[in-house]
Design a protein around this ligand. Structure first.
Ligand SMILES: *[C@@H]1O[C@H](CO)[C@@H](O)[C@H](O)[C@H]1NC(C)=O
Ligand SMILES: *[C@@H]1O[C@H](CO)[C@@H](O)[C@H](O)[C@H]1NC(C)=O
Ligand SMILES: *[C@@H]1O[C@H](CO)[C@@H](O)[C@H](O)[C@H]1NC(C)=O
Ligand SMILES: *[C@@H]1O[C@H](CO)[C@@H](O)[C@H](O)[C@H]1NC(C)=O
Length: 703
């Protein structure tokens, strides 16, 4: 409006001057044109003004919506976290039956869809599965990972190196004859099997490798293959392409025949300046770490997954010898298995050797909220915990609200191993914490973490290197030299030398003499690619009958040794973290071990001949009173098994005791503890005997 008024004033001034000077008065057209311009300029400004308002309104609404999306994602994760622990959840469905347990859960015919590609030099066969890591649920592609570890020398993101294979014992190589080498080699397998390193120190040649599943929110814009598989790759050109393919297969119920799609969620990690969403992409990888110590085979115990046992009709021992079996590690690291509560155990010790995404050079400390993190198993404050390595337990110096200094990552996730990283490609979160009277002492915490669970312990044996016929290894099967192995239609015939493999390559890794094993491959599945034996030419063109030398779940039968398992799946299961599953495990233990857990039954249905008894305690030293003690039939049953029974005595002289009682024989018991100590405050003698018959009017029931 101002412009318009000004223009009018100018125009009027112009008209006044026209009387005495030359410029002619503006025509009506000129006047109207000028007014037109002024009007346009005015409306343009007016529009700009209102649009500016709307843009800022829209911006703030988008910010609110985006914030809600962030919170929604947190809500979902928190929900999943309280439903279960980090672990695997489900494998792809390919059979079913008349009972729910006839189809697979995390196991079925094979846990986590594991299988063998023993003909490949360093491939470990593992199919598709759904897993949860710190509340993030995702679905993998067909994994088939390799025996590779993080780089020992470079901090570069996802830099890996091949794990060196263990050597062949010189005692084997010294033998001149093949038959003697075979005999000696079998002795080494026997030593490994029996955990006997007295004569042959197998620990130098049988090396356990811990393979783990690692997940992280990443900043990467372009599709990234986070780990190399010798057999499978993500079949997509971008993250968007992969998401669309997964959406399509989820909607149509279809699948990629080659199992090369994975479902990897995205999240809004942060809102930069309140309005600019920073989207993070979930990604995972499977890597291995060669353990520094030996893990004797007796440290593993099979998990009784009833779903697989019922479906396959197996005893526990038979089940252990199938691919459906998974194991747990003995937390106490002892030869004999013990069950009991234990915080920091063998698995913590092993995972502590595994670095996060900063690779083995990681050296990072967690000092959030001004509280330094220390190793769980130390008591000093000299060495802080290097949180660049995987851990779940740690320690702080000051007590928390519950008076505890021991910490576990996550709220209640038993299997949450975490490691900190500085990789720019990992998406982090920031928090500004201000303290002091005026909240003006601010510290900006900016951390990036990755998550991991153990998948399996794979034993590398001397078979990976043993090559008694000195067959030439020609490297990658796609290289020119590698291709000569199968040139001219060579398919591995052991009858016609011209069709036998000419040497070995990365996918035809057959260098173990056929005679080392008997009876061919064990328990194979459709996914396996190994041939039980092939013909291979040595450097002199001589043909030999050979078996595969790569990684197997079970080695074929070795005479005098047996069929050795070399892969021990120890992956945790998501559901095991839920309250229902914990209750179910308790119930399984009671049902499957009713003698050990006799005290859990409400009714004595096992041993009807066992009756309850009434005992008379030893006399108190002072006023010589005694107490009656009533034991139920179940308590007597437990006492017969040698267990200590906790009982509350009847009242005498206005008091009673809590006694811990053991059984000597049918008529004699004795007190091993009283009122929380070793003896009662009024010093009762320890011996106890059955109450005389007349004292038995209150015969306890059998319950
Ligand atoms: C998919 O996996 C198969 C193995 O089953 C592999 O041969 C193929 O190259 C993969 N496809 C793509 C596009 O990565
Ligand atoms: C956020 O704001 C800062 C300061 O105004 C600016 O330098 C930066 O580019 C902004 N970032 C984004 C992603 O908008
Ligand atoms: C604590 O545990 C770590 C990793 O398991 C181990 O290397 C270290 O020796 C242990 N320290 C003590 C004092 O036991
Ligand atoms: C086997 O391959 C080598 C090359 O590695 C070649 O020199 C040799 O002639 C081949 N032997 C036969 C019998 O084809």
């Amino acid at each position: 409006m101002k412009t318009l008024v000004l223009c009018c004033v100018c125009l009027l001034a112009g008209v006044g001057e026209a009387v005495r000077s030359t410029p002619p008065p503006p025509t009506v057209e000129e006047l109207s044109e000028t007014l037109q311009h002024a009007y346009e300029a005015y409306t343009k400004k007016a529009i700009q003004a209102t649009t500016g308002d709307e843009v800022s309104t829209l911006k703030s609404r988008v910010a609110t919506l985006a914030r809600q999306l962030v919170m929604q994602q947190l809500f979902v994760e928190e929900r999943v976290r309280s439903d279960g622990d980090s672990g695997i959840k489900q494998v792809r469905h390919h059979y079913e039956g008349t009972r729910p347990y006839h189809s697979a859960s995390h196991t079925g015919t094979s846990v986590a869809s594991l299988h063998d590609h023993a003909n490949n030099i360093r491939t470990v066969g593992l199919g598709e599965f759904i897993a949860v890591l710190n509340g993030v649920e995702f679905r993998t592609r067909h994994n088939d990972y390799g025996l590779r570890m993080p780089s020992r020398t470079s901090p570069v993101y996802h830099q890996v190196e091949e794990i060196p294979f263990p050597d062949v014992p010189p005692e084997v190589l010294q033998q001149q004859e093949l038959a003697d080498q075979i005999t000696e080699m079998r002795e080494w397998f026997k030593a490994w099997k029996n955990n006997d390193h007295s004569v042959r120190d197998y620990r130098k040649y049988f090396k356990p490798v811990l393979c783990y599943l690692e997940g992280a929110w990443t900043n990467s814009d372009s599709l990234e293959e986070s780990f190399f598989s010798d057999r499978h790759f993500l079949d997509a050109t971008s993250w968007f392409d992969l998401q669309e393919k997964v959406r399509y297969t989820s909607y149509t119920g279809g699948k990629s025949t080659l199992e090369n799609f994975s479902y990897l969620p995205t999240t809004i990690m942060n809102m930069i300046n309140g309005t600019y969403p920073q989207v993070a992409q979930w990604n995972y990888r499977i890597l291995c770490h060669p353990l520094k110590r030996d893990v004797p085979l007796n440290r593993f115990r099979v998990v009784d997954d009833l779903i697989a046992r019922m479906a396959n009709k197996k005893t526990l021992m038979e089940h252990e010898r199938t691919r459906a079996a998974r194991f747990t590690l003995n937390s106490f690291d002892t030869d004999e298995w013990v069950d009991g509560k234990k915080n920091y155990g063998l698995l913590d010790e092993l995972m502590a050797e595994v670095p996060g995404k900063d690779n083995y050079g990681a050296n990072l400390y967690d000092e959030s909220f001004d509280t330094a993190t220390y190793p769980y198993n130390t008591t000093d404050t000299d060495t802080k915990l290097n949180v660049g390595y995987y851990h779940r337990w740690s320690r702080v110096v000051s007590k928390d609200a519950m008076g505890r200094t021991k910490r576990h990552r996550g709220f209640a996730d038993e299997n949450l191993f975490m490691a900190m990283t500085t990789q720019p490609k990992v998406a982090g979160v920031e928090l500004n914490v201000c303290t002091g009277w005026h909240h003006n002492h601010c510290t900006l915490y900016n951390q990036k973490w990755t998550y991991a669970i153990p998948l399996e312990v794979v034993y590398m044996t001397p078979l990976l290197k043993w090559n008694p016929y000195d067959v030439e290894y020609k490297g990658n099967s796609r290289s020119d030299l590698g291709k000569t192995v199968t040139a001219h239609g060579r398919w591995g015939s052991d009858r016609q030398a011209e069709k036998a493999f000419n040497g070995t390559n990365s996918k035809r890794y057959y260098q173990t003499p056929y005679e080392f094993f008997v009876n061919g491959e064990q328990g194979t599945s459709e996914a396996d690619t190994v041939k039980s034996h092939v013909g291979v030419l040595d450097r002199a063109g001589q043909m030999h009958k050979m078996t595969a030398s790569g990684t197997r779940t079970f080695l074929p039968f070795i005479p005098n040794v047996g069929s050795m398992r070399t892969r021990f799946p120890i992956m945790p299961v998501h559901g095991e973290g839920s309250g229902v599953w914990k209750e179910l495990e308790a119930l399984k233990d009671i049902v499957l071990s009713p003698v050990e857990n006799a005290h859990m039954f409400h009714e004595n249905w096992r041993d009807v001949t066992t009756q309850g008894v009434v005992l008379i305690s030893g006399e108190a030293k002072g006023d010589k009173h005694v107490h009656r003690v009533v034991l139920s039939a179940d308590q007597v049953g437990m006492a017969k098994l040698g267990r200590t029974i906790l009982v509350v005595t009847e009242e005498t002289n206005n008091h009673y005791h809590e006694m811990r009682v053991k059984r000597l024989d049918d008529t004699h018991y004795y007190m091993v503890g009283c009122d929380g100590g070793s003896s009662c405050p009024d010093k009762h003698y320890r011996t106890m005997h059955l109450a005389p018959a007349e004292d038995d009017e209150n015969e306890p029931g059998t319950a």
